[in-house]
Design a protein around this ligand. Structure first.
Ligand code: HEM
Ligand SMILES: N[C@@H](CC(=O)c1ccccc1NC=O)C(=O)O
Length: 280
């Protein structure tokens, strides 16, 4: 073995005694490896093309979407923790996690560049196999919207083919407090009025003008705005990619395609954070 490598396996018997050493073994005493820890075999068996023989670009299409879903999982984990931290008054931790969210969202926006290396004619080689599936059916994407603060139960009716578990997850997201609810709670606990939108707006102006007193809350408002800006950026990039790939065609999910997506572009999670800028 090269000098640069420490051979942990040879030192195993010495450290294996006692509780400390036992942690180096997996459940059945098998030694942990990269592949077993990260379930690489299982992960790499999950990219199954619909076309046969597979269209060249279908693997890229599947991998990109799976990468999105993995990051969506991580975002839900962080956003849920950030909401709970705000509820508990741990504002530093909430801001820390929301900064991470913004960094992940940078990656999500830029992943679109990779998909745009696919030409529309190469997409057409497998697009016909995709209907009626579409990104419209991404449960985690909708969970992210609900948790962030945009709860539109209309999507539940339009969802087809949800498992009972997926439906329960969406119902839970619709019922639980959002990041915005938690943020308004932070304002209220700082003694600022939050009775209705007008009061919240006035409180946001107070926070913005007196950062000496409300610096932590200002910083929190900024990372929430960043989260909102990033989702808007993703939507804007997604729709231009869609126009580039399918032009004026309707979507596999049954919508008008780009016009439907354009109609959703003005959506904001935190309109009051944007409006406040006009009042400064
Ligand atoms: C070639 C690439 C893509 C094309 C042509 C495309 C096209 C479309 C179209 C036309 C819709 C409207 C629903 C329908 O099908 O009728 C849609 C929705 C959606 N797509 Fe894509 N998409 C692409 C890639 C992606 C990727 C990589 C993601 C990442 C997860 C994604 C996520 C979504 C989501 C979440 C929606 C629902 C948006 C909403 O309701 O606001 N799409 N897409
Ligand atoms: N809706 C897209 C197809 C598509 O992009 C798609 C299909 C299945 C699963 C996810 C998809 N991604 C985003 O909509 C289209 O109309 O071409």
């Amino acid at each position: 073995m090269d000098e640069e490598f420490v051979d942990f396996s040879r030192s195993q018997p010495a450290v294996a005694e006692g509780a400390e050493g036992d942690r180096q073994f997996g459940e059945e005493g098998a030694r942990l490896t990269y592949g077993s820890y990260l379930r690489v075999e299982q992960l790499l068996s999950q990219q199954v093309p619909e076309t046969s023989p597979p269209a060249h670009d279908e693997l890229l299409f599947i991998v990109i979407h799976q990468a999105y879903e993995l990051w969506f999982k991580q975002l839900l984990h962080e956003l849920e923790a950030a909401r709970n931290a705000m509820d508990e008054g741990r504002l530093w931790w909430a801001r820390h996690l929301l900064r991470r969210v913004g960094t992940i969202e940078d990656v999500l926006v830029h992943q679109i560049d990779i998909l745009e290396t696919m030409t529309p004619q190469d997409f057409l080689e497998f697009r016909h196999r995709l209907a009626p599936a579409s990104g419209f059916q991404s449960v985690q994407f909708r969970e992210l919207e609900f948790l962030s603060g945009h709860k539109d139960p209309g999507f539940l009716q339009r969802f087809k083919g949800l498992s009972a578990e997926e439906r329960a997850r969406l119902d839970r997201r619709l019922a639980e407090p959002t990041l915005w609810d938690a943020f308004v709670g932070v304002l209220a606990r700082a003694g600022l009025p939050t009775g209705d939108d007008a009061e919240v707006s006035a409180s946001l102006v107070t926070v913005a003008r007196d950062r000496g007193t409300y610096g932590d809350i200002w910083e929190l408002a900024e990372v929430l705005l960043e989260h909102d800006e990033q989702q808007a950026a993703w939507r804007a990039r997604h729709v231009t990619m869609v126009e580039r790939q399918i032009g004026t065609k309707s979507g596999t999910g049954g919508s008008s395609g780009a016009p439907y997506l354009r109609s959703r572009l003005p959506m904001r999670f935190y309109p009051l954070l944007w409006e406040m800028r006009g009042a400064l």
